[in-house]
Design a protein around this ligand. Structure first.
Ligand code: URA
Length: 182
């Protein structure tokens, strides 16, 4: 299946209760051949309204960080653990994540990235290690199969705690270093 076919299927999805409250499905966007993928938690209000990932305040910060390492949004691929907004931006529930992960798995398979950066606890715990602690384990590369994973701070967390921004920028420099090796 091609990425656009997967997207079409995903846009029609009614497999969990989030379909009842969403405005738009936020499938993800970027370079279908990206070497680097960012995976967030789930769409917020602006994302739900536009159908695009990371376009609100957190998204603007993410974009700045991507630009700071010499890349653009169009060169990478940006997606979320769940494709529909959890009401009032609550954390996605386990059944929602487990129902939705089939789309992410297929996205990863089709895009075939070298690097996956998990933004925040929800994606790091699901994709790297169930006990992942962002404050302790951020910035470490973990090889899983063909892909190198890293967990870092969620940009929304950085907006709440700007004192963590220097650590997050260090993580992004590590991403740049590894990316530019290839
Ligand atoms: N937060 C996320 O985790 N994902 C988005 O797309 C926007 C905000």
């Amino acid at each position: 299946m091609a990425l656009n076919e997967l997207k079409k299927k995903c846009l029609e999805c009614r497999d969990c209760k989030l379909c009842e409250t969403r405005t738009n499905v936020v499938f993800g966007e970027g370079n279908p051949n990206a070497r680097l993928m960012f995976i967030g938690e789930g769409p917020g209000e602006t994302e739900d309204q536009t159908g695009r990932p990371f376009v609100g305040r957190a998204g603007q910060l993410l974009e700045k960080m991507i630009l700071a390492i010499g890349l653009t949004r169009d060169e990478v691929y940006i997606a979320n653990m769940v494709k529909c907004r959890p009401p009032k931006n609550r954390d996605p529930e386990q059944d929602e994540t487990e129902t939705c992960i089939k789309y992410l798995r297929e996205q990863v398979k089709l895009i075939d990235p070298e690097f996956i950066v998990c933004l925040g606890r929800i994606s790091a715990c699901r994709l790297i290690d169930p006990d992942f602690r962002v404050t302790k384990q951020h910035g470490n590369w973990i090889q899983k199969g063909k892909i190198k994973f890293m967990g870092t701070f969620h940009p929304s967390a950085l907006l709440r705690n700007p004192n963590q921004k220097p650590e997050a920028f260090e993580d992004f420099l590590k991403i740049k270093l590894e990316y530019n090796k290839g």
